[in-house]
Design a protein around this ligand. Structure first.
Ligand code: ADP
Ligand code: MG
Length: 251
């Protein structure tokens, strides 16, 4: 078995006829935090959605391995149960479904995969009470429909709440920091740090270096025009903040 959680090999993908990913390579080991930065439209969200199995994208060539096995034939829900979590850049609202029910069903589906017994409503209530404190969310959000009428920041907290509950091996957070004020950013970053373990891995897609003041990644990748064009440590993000993306092109 591979000792990597995720391995992406020369991935090419398109939407319809438009090529978007043009040869992405990425390896992530347990215990690592990776940041992916890059200008708007460089393909960051596309990469995350393809890993999660979004049907809008066609894979032209390459492979995605999760714990050494190709996931290309797995449906999105299978990938999620197996331990791949994606926090969307634009979280969807699900009218008619309460947040608590949604989360309980998701948690129990994941537990079933791990061959753990389902949580009863009471056990789930105890678990979620602990986790909402981690993201600084009020209990009243559990009775509301999933993300319906939530502000941008509340939706982002709700995504991190899902992450906290699902205990996934790979969590990809797509611009979770955008739209957060500095206090919310701090709480969420603390929550994410608490959730980072030696056995899981986290991918932070972010536009801004400020998130990386709170969560220090092991690797920073810069994406441009559908490729990872540079990999370094956190100093790469700091240089980017100082000099802008043009600096990448020049050096
Ligand atoms: P990023 O997250 O880095 O800002 P995206 O992955 O969202 O970039 O987008 C990369 C490129 O792919 C953009 O030019 C975008 O317009 C295009 N793209 C992404 N998804 C679709 C789609 N469903 N239909 C058409 N174009 C898309
Ligand atoms: Mg994006």
């Amino acid at each position: 078995m591979s000792n990597l959680i995720l391995e992406i090999k020369d991935l090419h993908a398109s939407v319809g006829d438009i090529p978007i990913l043009k040869g992405v390579n990425l390896s992530i080991a347990p215990g690592e935090i990776h940041a992916i930065m890059g200008p708007n439209g460089s393909g960051k969200s596309t990469l995350s959605k393809i890993i999660a199995g979004h049907p809008a994208y066609s894979l032209l060539s390459g492979d995605i391995l999760f714990f050494g096995e190709s996931i290309l034939k797995m449906e999105p829900d299978e990938r999620a149960r197996a331990g791949i979590f994606l926090a969307f850049q634009y979280p969807v609202e699900i009218p008619g479904v309460s947040n608590a029910d949604f989360l309980r069903i998701a948690v129990n589906a994941r537990r079933k995969f791990k061959e753990l017994p389902e949580l009863s409503p009471l056990e789930f209530f105890q678990l979620i009470t602990e986790k909402i404190n981690l993201v600084g969310m009020k209990e009243s959000f559990l009775a509301r429909n999933v993300n319906e009428g939530f502000s941008g920041g509340e939706k982002k907290r709700n995504e991190i709440l899902q992450m906290a509950l699902l205990d996934s091996s790979l969590s990809i957070l797509d611009e979770t920091d955008s739209g957060l004020d500095i206090d919310a950013l701090r709480i969420i970053a603390q929550g994410i740090n608490t959730l980072a373990t030696r056995t899981n891995s986290i991918v932070l897609i972010t536009h801004y270096q400020r998130l990386l003041d709170y969560i220090v990644p092991d690797y920073v990748h810069i994406m441009s025009q559908g490729k990872i064009v540079r990999t370094g440590d956190v100093s790469l993000a700091q240089n980017l903040e100082k000099h802008g993306y043009d600096w990448i092109k020049e050096t």
